[in-house]
Design a protein around this ligand. Structure first.
Ligand SMILES: NC(=O)c1ccc[n+]([C@@H]2O[C@H](COP(=O)([O-])OP(=O)(O)OC[C@H]3O[C@@H](n4cnc5c(N)ncnc54)[C@H](OP(=O)(O)O)[C@@H]3O)[C@@H](O)[C@H]2O)c1
Length: 251
């Protein structure tokens, strides 16, 4: 897909990988709608986009709230006329505990953001894309670490949702492309919680070790690779999962 003058929604664009993605899409000429709950962080992303001479719009949205998701999509459509790409990047990994001691509310929050929030975004954007018979949806995958069952179940559910919706789109002979991507370990607010809390160090000790040994990827690196994925995306990619080890020279 040609990114110049395209319209792209990035969820979780207020920091981490999402901010880097928003900036990279904007640098490549896309108009980027930046979504997340914390307005100040979205405003900062849009400021960075503007200083790179790009076009960005901050629309604070909790993706688990249907009315807010509808408002985000309606505003994007009335402002820009169409949506070419939805990057379902927003995610939550707050529950770090063994199943026997987990806080069920926090566990459910992780499932809700990663699965239900992503579903609401997809559902709201997909009918528009089906009507146009074009568009790309990318769902962010993630690991399934011990001590992170809420996160793991949410991401596993999202991957299953991706697989089945691809079949539905094939049945409808739709040209909409849907695939997933996984970034590998990146130092962000999410993974700082694993490295800097007692529960995180107990259950996911590999994160702190990787930080200390420098075995982490940078959000900017992920963003560059992902932008390339979107530029090259083809219908036969639907249903595939592009992990951190993807060899781009094959495309
Ligand atoms: N970092 C890694 O090593 C790694 C590895 C594998 C997969 N991932 C995936 O990559 C994606 C980005 O994660 P990250 O590492 O960049 O972490 P992050 O910095 O914590 O980013 C998560 C983003 O999601 C947003 N978010 C959370 N709940 C939301 C909600 N209800 N509505 C809207 N936005 C919400 C947050 O913004 P607000 O709090 O302002 O809403 C934040 O911007 C996630 O899907 C994550 O699972 C990351």
């Amino acid at each position: 897909m040609r990114l110049q003058d395209s319209t792209i929604i990035v969820t979780g664009a207020g920091g981490g990988i999402g901010r880097a993605l928003a900036l990279e899409f904007a640098r490549n000429g896309a108009r980027v709608i930046c979504c997340g709950r914390r307005k100040g962080r979205l405003d900062e992303t849009v400021r960075l986009i503007a200083s790179a001479e790009g076009v960005g719009l901050a629309l604070p949205t909790d993706i688990t709230q249907r009315d807010q998701v509808q408002h985000l999509v309606d505003t994007t459509l009335s402002r820009f006329g169409g949506i070419d790409v939805l990057f379902n990047n927003a995610g939550s990994f707050q529950s770090i505990a063994g199943v026997h001691e987990v806080d069920p509310e926090l566990w459910w929050h992780d499932v809700t953001v990663n699965l239900y929030g992503s579903l609401l975004m997809i559902r709201e954007v997909l009918s528009h894309m089906i009507n146009r018979d074009r568009g790309i949806i990318i769902n962010m995958n993630g690991g399934r670490p011990v001590g992170g069952t809420g996160y793991a179940c949410g991401k596993a559910g999202l991957m299953e949702l991706t697989r089945v919706m691809v079949q539905e789109l094939r049945m409808a002979e739709s040209s909409v492309i849907v695939f997933s991507a996984g970034p590998g370990l990146v130092r962000t607010e999410m993974t700082e919680l694993q490295a800097n809390t007692e529960a995180g160090r107990k259950w996911i000790p590999s994160t702190k070790k990787s930080f200390e040994s420098g075995k982490v990827r940078r959000p900017e690196e992920i963003a560059r690779a992902t932008v390339r994925l979107v530029e090259l995306a083809r219908p036969e990619w639907s249903g595939k999962d592009y992990g951190p080890g993807t060899d781009f020279s094959q495309f």
